[in-house]
Design a protein around this ligand. Structure first.
Ligand code: GLU
Length: 421
């Protein structure tokens, strides 16, 4: 990881709080509500004992932060990564509250994480970590309480283990306890592609504002995990010209456009986009600064910061990752006229289809893929328009507009509910 990428000017929670403060001030938020909404409802820290394949006992730290249940059960992913910290999970949990409010779905926000390196774990070890983590937080999760989902380095299989562990404890199958599950276990059609599809939907809306066509739009994507690879495939199939893609190991650049189907095949074999023959090699931090129309960071946080923001050449930034841009970089991008589609709007497709999955599980009735995609499109376009109009009306950038809109919605629910004493 390069210095630019790792150096954080503010932690994830501090970034969230800085934006929250700006939005709260503009909204004239009541002092009490300000204090209440700025910090999480509950933070759970667990230490997970796991028997490793070599017979030794290892202990992993795990977190689940529930920021808000004001608008419904808390909702948010679980990430497995050696870099996970409580501060990061705390910030991302709050962002989930704002994200669910921006797209107006009936959830609060939460986030979970386990400090571990999945690349160094066997499948059995991963399963034991997942099950014990789930057992440790079991009293605090469930379809009516808090509903986990995939996030960085977690997938459908891990969600299946979480759902099974929860179900074994309560003695019956509760598919709605977790979302992002395999299709055969109560998963939703379209969930796997949902975050990438949502990024494309908001990007289409941004293009409309600039009177651009997909075919004339050059896109660079940083990250080729679930979000980046699905966004790349869907956008490529829709006619966008993807000229650069990078992941943790390296990148590939081709100003004439990359054949994304061939790149997907390469990445499937090589487990990285690095070494793909259909373009020139490029460093994964450098790729952010290449000339393009749309930049889609879909990897990790703080990759666009005060040190590189002035060199970003894209006209439109679509934030597939959570928190990829720091608050100081926001100012620079805004001054330079970059149209930013903020994370809590751009990547909300995942949690939106998680909501659909939860609804389908509770109904026991499953929708067609086109039903899911149509409903997702409807919600994302409405949210995009809400944010952009709100920003125009209050003369703030899209990020602050999204925060203001979300905080206003959550504050309204809190006022209606009152404080239980
Ligand atoms: N981890 C995803 C996110 O950050 C999805 C969360 C969910 O589906 O609950 O939005």
């Amino acid at each position: 990881m390069s210095a630019i990428e790792t150096e954080k000017e503010l932690s994830v929670y501090e970034s969230m709080a800085a934006r929250f403060d700006v939005a709260a001030r503009k909204l004239n938020l009541d002092d009490g509500l300000y204090k209440y909404m700025r910090c999480p409802n509950r933070e759970i820290i667990v230490h997970i004992p796991v028997e490793m394949d070599n017979g030794t006992l290892e202990v992993f730290d795990g977190y689940r932060v529930q920021h808000s249940i004001a608008r419904g059960p808390s909702k948010g992913g679980v990430r497995f990564s050696p870099q996970v910290t409580l501060d990061e999970i705390r910030g991302l949990a709050a962002e989930m509250t704002w994200k669910c409010a921006v797209v107006n779905i009936p959830f609060g926000g939460a986030k979970g994480g386990v400090v571990c390196d999945p690349e160094k774990l066997s499948r059995g070890e991963l399963e034991r970590i997942t099950r014990r983590y789930t057992a440790e937080i079991l009293d605090y999760i469930g379809p009516e309480r808090d509903v986990p989902a995939p996030d960085m380095n977690t997938d459908e299989q891990i969600m299946a283990w979480m759902m099974d562990t929860y179900s074994m404890h309560v003695r019956h199958t509760v598919t709605a306890s977790v979302t992002g599950k395999p299709l055969d276990l109560g998963g939703s059609r379209g969930r796997r592609e949902a975050t990438g599809r949502g990024c494309m939907i908001v990007c289409d809306q941004a293009l409309k504002r600039f009177g651009r066509s997909r075919e004339s739009t050059r896109v660079i994507i940083q990250g080729f995990g679930n979000v980046g690879s699905q966004a790349a495939r869907l956008m490529y199939e829709a006619g966008y010209k993807i000229i650069g893609v990078a992941d943790l190991h390296g990148g590939v650049f081709n100003s004439r456009g990359i054949d994304i189907h061939a790149l997907l095949e390469h990445a499937h074999e090589a487990k990285t986009v690095k070494g793909f023959a259909g373009g020139e090699p490029i460093d994964r931090a450098e790729i952010l600064e290449q000339d393009c129309d749309v930049l889609l960071p879909a990897a990790t946080e703080s990759v666009i910061n005060s040190r590189n923001a002035s060199r970003i050449k894209a006209r439109i930034l679509v934030e597939g990752a959570n928190s990829p841009t720091t608050p100081p970089a926001d100012e620079i991008l805004f001054d330079r006229g970059v149209f930013v589609v903020p994370d809590i709007l751009a990547n909300a497709g995942g949690v939106t289809v998680s909501y659909f999955e939860w609804v389908q599980d509770r109904q026991g009735y499953f929708w067609t893929e086109s039903d899911v995609n149509d409903k997702l499109k409807h919600i994302q376009i409405a949210a995009f328009n809400d944010v952009v109009r709100y920003g125009e009306k209050h003369n703030v950038n899209n990020r602050i507009a999204a925060y203001m809109l979300a905080i206003d919605r959550v504050a309204f629910s809190l006022k209606l509910r009152g404080i239980y004493a």
